[in-house]
Design a protein around this ligand. Structure first.
Ligand code: 3HC
Length: 283
């Protein structure tokens, strides 16, 4: 299938990144937010990221303007009426995701593929909110989207092979490697990596070592780009807590049971980088 026009629902950290890489690859992109203020904030982040890329010489000022010219912000689902692929990147709440998929199903042309960027929720449940279940798949990007080179393609038991092939072709076109996985909690990356992050928080909670020494060991001893506690702050402790709970609920594996410290930090509003404080201070 020939994808020309891409839609993105949500212009937060992940949605904004998906908008940026899609427009950079030459797609016309429509991005939807719940209101104008959220849209302005999201677009300001996309513009700032492209400004940084231009300053670093990765794109020219002229290319930057062309990329921005291919992005249209909206607050109405009606603007998805010409989209061939729409990627949902809203909060990790199944009721909200289902509401978005039902609205997309109404607004998008019959041939359009609908994708979710969920990190751990069932893509099949979202597909069931539409009348085009075979055209729904997961496209799970990683943060920061412009930097991370991989996308997990999630195939539900109803996703057609043609739609998976179109998903793969889209990932190729935006210069991302893709891997195919089943619609199971956490897919590949979170199923494996979350265990390490949770085990690290638990070890820190039990007084194994200082947070700095734990992270330094993982960075210098195992060549991780960030220590697990830094990574937890980067992902967002609320997001991490949500993923851990969702995975434990589904898999009943105690490896995913969120540590008490993580829960307390979320209750205290210590959410990591985005709130200015998590395991580390960012103010
Ligand atoms: N947007 C665009 N480019 C960015 C960026 C962003 N948000 N953040 C960093 N970069 C670029 C920088 O411009 C820089 O480019 P250059 O080499 O051309 O100058 C390059 O990335 C390196 O950045 P920095 O020098 O500022 O900092 P670092 O070397 O520390 O790299 C990092 C930052 C790329 C974030 C690196 O620390 C890293 O890879 N961390 C691990 C990230 C990770 O694990 N992500 C996955 C999270 S889990 C997830 O997303 C799944 C979800 O479901 C929870």
């Amino acid at each position: 299938m020939n994808i020309k026009n891409v839609g993105v629902v949500g212009c937060g950290q992940m949605g904004g990144g998906i908008v940026e890489v899609s427009a950079k690859a030459g797609y016309h992109v429509v991005v939807l937010e719940v209101n104008q203020a959220f849209l302005d904030k999201g677009m300001a982040n996309v513009t700032a990221s492209l400004d940084r890329a231009a300053k670093k010489g990765r794109i020219t000022e002229e290319e930057k303007d062309k990329i921005l010219g291919r992005i249209k912000g909206t607050t109405s689902f009606d603007d998805f009426k010409h989209c061939d692929l729409v990627i949902e990147a809203v909060i990790e709440n199944m009721e909200e995701k289902k509401r978005v998929f039902a609205a997309l199903d109404k607004a998008c042309p019959p041939h359009a593929i609908l994708a979710s960027n969920t990190s751990c929720l069932s893509v099949l449940d979202m597909a069931m909110a539409t009348r085009r279940q075979s055209q729904v798949l997961g496209l799970h990007f990683f943060n920061p989207v412009p930097v991370m080179k991989i996308v997990e393609i999630v195939k539900t038991i109803l996703t057609s092979d043609d739609v998976v092939a179109a998903g793969r072709a889209f990932c190729d076109s935006i210069d991302k490697k893709s891997v195919l996985c089943k619609d199971t909690p956490g897919f590949i990356a979170n199923r494996l990596a979350i265990i390490v992050v949770i085990a690290t928080i638990r070890a820190y909670e039990q007084g194994l070592a200082t947070k700095e020494d734990i992270d330094l060991t993982m960075k210098l001893g195992l060549n991780h780009p960030m220590g697990p506690l830094e990574l937890a702050d980067f992902i967002g402790l609320d997001t991490l807590y949500f993923i851990a709970c969702a995975m434990y609920d589904e898999l009943k594996d105690p490896a995913y049971l969120p540590p008490v410290l993580l829960k307390k930090m979320v209750i205290a509003g210590q959410l990591g980088r985005k709130s200015g404080k998590g395991f580390y201070d960012y103010k």
